[in-house]
Design a protein around this ligand. Sequence first.
Ligand SMILES: [Fe+2]
Ligand SMILES: [Fe+2]
Length: 274
Amino acid sequence: MAHISTKKEFRDYTQGDVIAAVRENYRKMRTNQTYDYVQRMRKKYLTYDRPLDLWDAIRSLNDLIDVSDPDLDLPNVQHLIQTAEAIRADNRPDWMQLVGLIHDLGKAMYRWGSDEDGTSQKEQWGTVGDVFIVGCRLPETCVYSEFNTLNQDMHDPRYNTELGIYSEGCGIDNTYLAWGHDEYFYQVLNNHAENKLPEEAMIMIRYHSFYPWHTGDSYAHITNAKDDRYKIWIKDFNKYDLYTKSPQVFELDDVVDYYRPIAEKYLGAGPIFF
Ligand SMILES: [Fe+2]
Ligand SMILES: [Fe+2]
């Protein structure tokens, strides 16, 4: 079972030598993730024409270390197993355990991504990191908010007001978030005919990196009562996503027999089209 640390501070962006890389990823992300960029990435990547076996997709994260995460320098597959095992240890529902195991699979995008889009192994600013809404003003609750002004949309009157292109209380489902692994995998599952995951699971996958909202409490003019319900689910999931990171190494082969029937129950046995 994953060890839940109580001593270490997580998401500390001020200590240690990984910080330069984390900060640089955020500088590029804040600079490049404009409304137009997000529309281009949606068109380019939401094609659902790459069939992937679920377990191959999970294994492929063996080769990816998330540069945005100051707490984890292990391959991402370890983070997936640690998260799932912690949810399982708390006897939470089977679908939530599965969410732990798959929530970051959008990062598999690095296999067909490019440096230019920030979706490769080397350039990850279009794949990982806390996301924000594009099309309206960037809030001060963004990590490294000093980079907000580097985003050209913040100098465009269409996009730099509190509401921007959105209407009051329209809800986060009706906004565009910065492009990354959350939205990508949410859309992939949404398009997957055999998907039987409950709404809570889909919301956990879609919004787990949306820190300026779920932790920063920004975007009060855009969110509505439905989003307040979402926030309870996200916070419930987030403690497992965040506080289970430990050096303990699992083998996927040791847990696959337990998770396979759950995966087949909610996603079927066939490939998932990325
Ligand atoms: Fe994530
Ligand atoms: Fe995660």
